[in-house]
Design a protein around this ligand. Structure first.
Ligand code: NAP
Length: 315
């Protein structure tokens, strides 16, 4: 079997055309729309994500700024930087890039975000709405995974509901920004769901879980983690990982996912490549959420009362 490659760049292009229209409409309506990212210290995956977002925001004419804090920054400095962005009316969406240094608790930082600007849905209010199946914002990476999957199902002539109802979706990785929300989105589609983390690998049971999956979503940050023996023949494999690998022949840096692509090509029914799979759709989705947040702010969904009416849902 040779798998079909799910072309993230092509799917992102068509999503981008819709988002570009919405950005133009916001400008015509006099509503500001701007994105800010904040990083604490340096991480390869986060730095690559930040560069991509800067490029995509530029392509869509969305004002963008990046705040880079030193690795040694204390939680109160991080909260102060977020407070400034919360108060800035030109910033409608804020993304705190992960991973955070160990001494900066994730929950502390996420709680500091103004919920209406929290376009990655990590604030407890937004994470809760997502878990309830009524999201204010669907976080960009898991949203991209399911947008790719839905689009591919349509192109393959599969009925989405029927496919999901008879599928087991296994998510490798349980981070707050990718793994956990991916599980919520899988629940929403009424699939059977399984979630595994590093303990499955330590216990030597990773393959036992992943081999049963009809849809395998991998977000572990571990290059080459998923090989032929982890993949059920005919599965759909979505690789979220962004890892740095040094080419042994040329010594050059290259980006690889968590899945050994050649193995997935030989065994799966369809697979997303890295680069060119989940990443490009994630970037456009994030701008889409920034635009939805701009509308929500213009409509005055600024406080906890927004729980009654959580604003525009970017599904
Ligand atoms: P993270 O916060 O480090 O979480 C990684 C998760 O994977 C953890 O739950 C960890 O388990 C699990 N894990 C690690 N090694 C494993 C193994 N050997 N077997 C099974 N599970 C394992 O990372 P993240 O933020 O979710 O990101 C994951 C990857 O996706 C990274 O490469 C990141 O750069 C990439 N990413 C890509 C995009 C995109 O747009 N494509 C966006 C965001 C992130 P424990 O919980 O037990 O430690």
């Amino acid at each position: 079997m040779t798998a079909e490659v799910i072309d993230g760049r092509k799917i992102a292009q068509s999503l981008k055309a819709d988002v570009a229209r919405e950005i133009l409409q916001l400008a015509a309506d006099g509503i500001p729309c701007g994105l800010a990212t904040l990083a604490i210290g340096h991480d390869y995956g986060a730095a690559s994500y930040q560069r991509r977002l800067e490029r995509t925001a530029g392509e869509l004419s969305v004002p963008y700024r990046h705040i880079a804090l030193a690795d040694a920054s204390q939680p109160d400095e991080v909260r102060a930087a977020i407070g400034d962005l919360n108060a800035d009316p030109s910033v409608t969406g804020i993304v705190v890039l992960r991973p955070l240094p160990r001494h900066v608790p994730e929950a502390d930082v996420f709680c500091a975000l103004a919920p209406v600007k929290d376009i990655e849905a990590v604030h407890p209010q937004n994470a809760g709405l997502l878990a309830l199946g009524t999201p204010r914002y669907v976080p960009s990476t898991p949203a991209a995974v399911f947008h790719l999957l839905d689009t591919w199902l349509d192109s393959a002539g599969e009925d989405r509901a029927d496919f999901y109802h008879r599928s087991l979706i296994t998510v490798v990785g349980r981070s707050n920004n990718v793994g956990k929300p991916a599980v919520s989105l899988a629940y929403d589609r009424e699939a059977a769901v399984e979630s595994v983390d590093a303990w499955a690998s330590r216990a030597g049971r990773l393959g036992w879980h992943t081999r049963r999956a009809d849809v395998l979503i991998v977000a572990a940050g571990s290059p080459g983690l998923i090989r032929s023996e982890h993949i059920r023949a005919g599965a759909v494999v979505l690789d979220v990982g962004i890892n740095r690998s040094v080419d042994s022949a040329t010594g050059e840096d290259r980006m690889v996912g968590d899945v050994l692509f050649s193995d997935a090509m030989a065994r799966a029914r369809a697979v997303t490549p890295v680069p060119g799979g989940v990443g490009p759709v994630t970037d456009v989705w994030l701008i889409r959420n920034t635009a939805a947040a701009a509308r929500n702010q213009a409509a005055g969904h600024r406080n906890a009362a927004g729980l009654q009416n959580s604003g525009q849902v970017a599904r």
